[in-house]
Write a protein that binds this ligand. Structure first.
Ligand code: MG
Length: 396
């Protein structure tokens, strides 16, 4: 079954796709599964991981308990998976690989979104810093421990490469983010696989559109504030529906569709360019990752411009909205407090983290513990460690 599946990939996928039969493999050698390809197996490992389940209770933009209708990191991730699969399928890239990468892409995020990430980075400045992509690799290589024979999920090199957005494997290994066995891939490719490029774009398409959607629904954004943004104006003026909520949904649907269609068309145009294909053939070798080629999955120049406008609008009007900033400031204080308390009293951490203190610097262990928390757990911990008297009062 697996062999048939692998064969079908080789026959039907684009020569630019990453075929599972050509995977560079795993950190710890394992028997292949009789049915599933290597990337299908990675997808399943990710779905069953603890870090994946916790995404349900982590903030995207709106703090988790603000409303049941807003996106969380889990629903964001699922939207990214869906968009990535569509793009990968249209481009005849490896859908399973894109799916697994998309499921993994936000695993390293802290509770409370970006404000917590930046405060953790400041606190960790003399201990190698903190960055969610790097932390994602730490999660799948070291912190998830469901298997008896090794630490981590033992994912393939290709799926793990989604975390090398900001730094190379060599750099991440040196800074303690990757399993020490990672040096096996030290001479690995320097280029981002096309399936990872797809996930990057899908991530951006998903959050642009759902942040507008949630922003409008929450009332933090208004249709009139958005009107000067040409791309929004275009989709909103074509939107149909008998009431504002259906029209908003229709506009968001059109926005996703416009962006996905643009990526597919632009990428097909670039791939068809003989200069690209000959460079790919010359450098590609057996594994497409072995080629050091420029990014090819991308928006057209016009859409790139529209995307930049949309992002800077969201940054000014939504991510810096006073009520979002207020939550961020609260989050900042909680992370600072938790970090300080666990540093002074490591015995307050969960046992599997205390056990890591034997072989890892305490700042890193504390940062792992905090980064893995859900919004709710971080808040409860903060209150119970710093204001124990308020707990009794609350329950009375
Ligand atoms: Mg994301």
């Amino acid at each position: 079954m697996r062999e048939e599946c692998e064969q079908r990939e080789l026959e039907t996928l684009s020569p630019l796709a990453t075929a599972s039969a050509k995977s560079l493999g795993r950190l710890h050698p394992e028997q292949e599964h009789p049915l599933r390809t290597a990337f299908q197996r990675d997808r399943d490992r990710l779905i069953h991981s603890t870090a994946f389940r916790r995404l349900e209770y982590k903030t995207q933009v709106f703090v988790n308990h603000e409303g049941d209708y807003y996106r969380t990191r889990l629903t964001h991730t699922l939207e990214v998976v869906q968009i990535a699969r569509s793009i990968a399928r249209f481009l005849r890239l490896n859908e399973d690989l894109s799916e697994a990468m998309a499921l993994a892409h936000d695993l390293g995020h802290t509770p409370f979104g970006h404000s917590a990430e930046s405060v953790l980075d400041e606190l960790m400045s003399s201990h190698g810093g903190f960055e969610h992509n790097a932390q994602g690799l730490r999660c799948v290589d070291l912190l998830e421990t469901p298997y008896p024979a090794f630490e981590g999920l033992n994912l393939t090199y290709e799926v793990r490469s989604i975390f090398t957005k900001k730094s190379s494997f060599a750099d991440l290994t040196r800074r303690g983010y990757a399993s020490p066995q990672s040096t096996r891939f030290a001479n690995g490719p320097g280029r981002i696989l096309l399936e990872a490029q797809v996930v990057d774009l899908a991530d951006s398409i998903a959050y642009n559109s759902h942040d507008i959607d949630d922003g409008l629904k929450s009332g933090l954004l208004t249709e009139s504030a958005l009107a000067p943004i040409p791309l929004w104006n275009e989709v909103a003026s074509n939107a149909e529906g008998r009431d504002a909520s259906i029209r908003r949904h229709d506009a968001v649907r059109r926005l996703i569709n416009r962006q996905v269609t643009d990526v597919v068309r632009e990428t097909m145009r670039r791939i068809a360019n003989p200069d690209f294909t000959s460079a790919f053939d010359a450098q590609g070798g057996d594994h497409p990752a072995l080629a050091a080629l420029p990014r090819v999955v991308d928006f057209s120049p016009e859409m790139k411009q529209a995307d930049t406008e949309l992002k800077s609008f969201l940054k000014d009007r939504l991510y810096r909205h006073p009520s979002v900033l207020r939550q961020m400031e609260r989050a900042r204080r909680m992370i600072l407090g938790l970090f300080e308390t666990y540093t002074l009293h490591p015995e307050q951490m969960a046992s599997q983290f205390r056990a890591r203190l034997d072989h890892e610097p305490s700042a890193r262990v504390v940062s792992d513990y905090i980064a893995g928390m859900t919004d709710r757990f971080a808040e409860e911990e903060y209150v119970s460690l710093h204001f124990p008297e308020s707990i009794g009062k609350r329950s009375r």
